[in-house]
Design a protein around this ligand. Structure first.
Ligand SMILES: [Zn+2]
Ligand SMILES: [Zn+2]
Length: 408
């Protein structure tokens, strides 16, 4: 599958507006693909894999409801940033509600559209959150905004011809379905699983690319008390627990019992620190395009300096990193009664990240019992650190994407 960035902007405009818009957007260093109806949109969105969607108000005046349905039915489409050319008060923005990043500019402000589009299309490392929930999936209305699928994060960068996936919680099912919609054949990559707790492997047998013999994946997992990557996963996928066993997966799968040392994998490298968690768990560090990304969904940051060694090592490991994705399952109040469970209080994560000059902090592994209101309140508190202590700090939402500019 061709995963090399094509830098495509998908423009949706009514036939009458398309011509003028084409001329005005001509200065963008991107391939413009125009569409003026809804029949082909679902198909072409997957075919062209656009980096950006620009929607003119003339399009939504005709097709708002149909287009809303397309974004509602296709989880993987919501990651794509959208620029809406129209008036924020014209009522059409609501139909773009499923997209995670929407920017609105009035038609007389095309220079701002060009600036924003240029910024969004600049070469970047992209981190996509396919699952951000901790412990168990929760398909409830009250969890819909932040998302109910468990841990799965995808990292993508210019020139990468293979998938880089962290964890295989239930979020990986949507990623697999998205890949199938794009093409699905000749898909290859690596999946780094932090540890085999249910919420990090439950989506594993539901990843559709595993069922095609033309696909190839390496599955990485730190050695556990009861064995390496293959033993642990085959132990989980036995007929007692699930009808599909590992040998029924048609793809070419390699199982790697991952060591802690840095492993050079071409365009990126991976190393890990063992987390403070009930089973051997990796805190992965990915170095890619000069950026350092640390992924620690399950890790307990003790309030006291004990165990001293761990906290020291952890702080050295994250110091100055560009992005820290860390579990913030509890509040300090909740943590008080859950010391030793292997999860952190989000306030403590903020404090430690701040002390170690982390540039961007995204909290994940949200408590399934924390509803959208509770998480939104937490997000509001975090706003005070945004743009000062951290460039960005927030609770990650399922379906959101971070674009980190390369060479920034
Ligand atoms: Zn977990
Ligand atoms: Zn765990």
């Amino acid at each position: 599958m061709d995963k090399v960035y094509s830098n495509i902007t998908y423009v949706l405009a009514d036939r009458s507006a398309a011509h003028e818009l084409k001329e005005r957007l001509a200065s963008l260093d991107t391939q413009l693909v125009f569409s003026n109806g809804t029949n082909d949109i679902s198909r072409s969105l997957f075919k062209f894999k656009p980096d950006l969607i620009i929607i003119d108000h003339s399009f939504l005046e005709l097709y708002a409801r149909e287009f809303e349905k397309i974004s509602r039915m296709n989880v993987g489409v919501r990651f794509i940033p959208v620029i809406y050319i129209g008036d924020s008060s014209d009522g059409h923005l609501e139909s773009l509600g499923y997209f995670r990043s929407v920017y609105c500019f009035t038609p007389d402000n095309i220079s701002k559209v060009i600036d924003k589009a240029t910024n969004l299309l600049a070469p970047s490392v992209r981190v996509r959150f396919w699952g951000v929930r901790g412990s168990t999936p929760c398909a409830n209305f009250e969890n819909i905004e932040y998302g109910g699928n468990t841990s799965c994060v995808e990292i993508d960068a210019p020139g990468m011809d293979e998938l880089l996936i962290l964890d295989s919680g239930t979020g990986i099912r949507n990623l697999g379905n998205h890949l199938e919609m794009q093409d699905g054949s000749g898909c290859h990559g690596r999946i780094f699983i932090t540890h085999p707790h249910w919420d990090h492997i439950q989506g594993f047998p539901f990843f559709k690319p595993f069922y095609s013999s033309s696909n190839k994946f390496s599955i990485h997992l730190p050695e556990q008390y009861r064995g390496g990557a293959q033993e642990i996963l085959s132990g989980h996928l036995t007929k007692t627990f699930f009808p599909v066993t590992l040998d029924m997966l048609a793809a070419d799968l390699e199982y790697v019992t991952q060591g802690e040392d840095e492993q050079d994998l071409g365009l990126y490298s991976v190393e890990y620190l063992v987390a403070n968690h009930p089973t051997k768990t990796a805190i992965y560090k990915v170095r890619i395009n000069g950026l350092q990304i640390v992924y620690a969904p399950d890790n307990e940051l003790p309030l006291k300096t004990s165990p001293i060694r761990f906290l020291d090592n952890f702080e050295t490991f994250i110091e100055g990193c560009d992005l820290l994705i860390h579990g913030g399952h509890f509040s300090l109040k909740q943590y008080d009664e859950r010391v030793g469970w292997g999860h952190s209080a989000w306030e403590r994560v903020v404090e430690v990240a701040k002390r170690n000059k982390v540039k961007n902090l995204y909290l994940i592994h949200h408590d399934p019992d924390a509803n959208d209101d509770a998480l939104e309140k937490r997000d509001d508190i975090l706003k005070q650190y945004r743009g000062s202590v951290f460039n960005e700090v927030c609770l990650a939402k399922e379906g959101s994407e971070i674009r980190m500019l390369i060479g920034d």
